[in-house]
Unconditional design. Structure first.
Lengths: 109, 177
């Protein structure tokens, strides 16, 4: 019977594959592939972006915070009044005053 | 009385999977499957790709895909075949190279054997991916035609003819290279 050299070589190769070992630990401890790194980078990108935004906003507020009107001027004013020991009326004007009247530069006190 | 799990499956190929009622693999069952398939899958992927690096990537990718899709598994009996199918797809998508060292113990090995092994890898690299998978499953893993048909999602009747074609293609490439 004629020898089938290619297929014999293939079988030997498969036998060698069966002996080859890849320890389970090494599979997970090895250097991550570029695909895995890309996935990790994409997964962490929003987190990093959020962190940077928060850090930038905090730095900005620290430097120029005093010049930025707060989102709720009246609420901020009330807090400052409490700290300064003043009443609402002393700064906001008498009760019933219009909103325009209330929004005085005094909120910077 | 010792309470037995309601849905424990005992297969001769894989260790038993403690499964959820739906049949999907829970994390513990997946861990058993992964432990079982990590070395075995590496060897199968190596037979398909002929490249250890590509084989490791294929196993890693297959485990990730399987973990994500573990809830879709209908019954634990089919977990083995299900994972094999994922792994073969991942191995066929991989990009094998001939540069990576196949054998760590190459130093001191017979030069003829090394050359033959390289020749096999070169020949495999030139084959159609489907033929590589067929040869690995039929010749390397000695799976039944039914299992091969299920893994490659082809009719069982065509497995034999395609396998002959794969063998013939391998011989042709072997003599050409």
């Amino acid at each position: 019977m004629k020898r089938d050299e290619p297929l014999e070589a293939l079988q030997k190769f498969y036998a060698a594959c069966d002996e080859a070992h890849s320890p389970p630990e090494s599979l997970w401890k090895r250097k991550p592939s570029w695909k895995l790194r890309l996935r990790l980078a994409l997964a962490l990108a929003p987190l990093a972006a959020g962190f940077l935004t928060t850090a930038t906003a905090a730095a900005f507020a620290e430097r120029w915070g005093a010049q930025i009107p707060p989102a709720h001027p009246e609420e901020a004013l009330r807090k400052r009044l409490q700290l300064a020991g003043l009443s609402d009326e002393e700064v906001l004007g008498p009760r019933g005053a219009s909103r325009a009247q209330k929004e005085t530069p005094l909120w910077r006190v | 009385l010792k309470k037995t799990p309601s849905r424990a499956v005992f297969s001769h190929k894989c260790p038993p999977f403690p499964c959820e009622h739906s049949g999907a693999l829970d994390e513990k069952a997946f861990e058993i499957l992964a432990d079982h398939w990590r070395p075995k899958g590496f060897r199968l992927a190596l037979k398909i790709t002929g490249c250890p690096e590509a084989a490791r990537d294929a196993v890693q990718e297959a485990l990730m895909r399987a973990f994500r899709g573990r809830r879709r598994l209908r019954s634990a009996e089919g977990a083995d075949a299900w994972f094999r199918k994922i792994l073969v797809r991942c191995a066929l998508n991989g990009k094998p190279t001939l540069h990576s060292a196949f054998e760590e113990r190459a130093i001191g090995m017979d030069a003829d054997l090394l050359l033959e092994r390289l020749h096999v890898r070169r020949t495999l690299a030139r084959l159609k991916p489907e033929y590589r998978a067929l040869l690995a499953l039929a010749v390397g893993e000695e799976l039944s035609y039914a299992a091969i048909a299920q893994t490659l999602e082809i009719p069982i009747g065509t497995v034999g003819s395609r396998l002959s074609a794969a063998r013939e293609a391998f011989r042709k490439e072997w003599n050409r290279t």
